[in-house]
Write a protein that binds this ligand. Sequence first.
Ligand code: ZN
Length: 225
Amino acid sequence: MKMIMAIFSAALLMLVDEASAQTTYSVSVSVHASVRALSKEQVRQILKKASRILRKNSVSNGDADVACDVTFTLKGPIRTFGSANTPPIIMDEQQRDAVHEVDSDVADVDFHVKVVDEIQFCRPELTDPSFNGCAFPIESRSIIVVRPRRNFPDHILWAHEFGHLTGLGHRDSQCALMTSCSVAELKSVTRPRVNKQECSCLRGGPGFCQLPAAVRCPPQPVSCQ
Ligand SMILES: [Zn+2]
């Protein structure tokens, strides 16, 4: 009887585990001293919009366009950083890694966001003159993003960079959250596409999926409506 009870409780534990699979991620945010201060409210708004755009609240919920139940929440104060090693404009690998290292000792958060002025270096194989965000190397559990701007979809940028942290690469679709083009092009898209496999990575969390090789932005623009 004891044996049966033990097996039963193990099965029950597994069920509980499945049901409580983590889909809410807590985030620490650190802003470079040269960037205009971001209020907690501004950060909360970005995270709220990022969560909303993933959940979609839409009638369309097929395998290629999944309503993905993921929520981001701010934890702790908005911190400030800035030193000779961590300049406002990231120009090389050392500076990128130094910024990833900032506040990496903040415990009990799932990942860290660092806000800077400009990112001119992200990965050696990417030669673009500048980037809106950089999540590499993903083991740092840190995303570097450029400061929020007027008419720029910062919430999509933050969700896209989080996607990289979970192991998602780029997809050759300009309508996808993980587009290989600038996320600025998703500004007026009400539902940046997340497919079923991408959603399982987003719900699995940082490092859950295997990061593939880089995909470049194709030259022909397409309509996403
Ligand atoms: Zn990307």
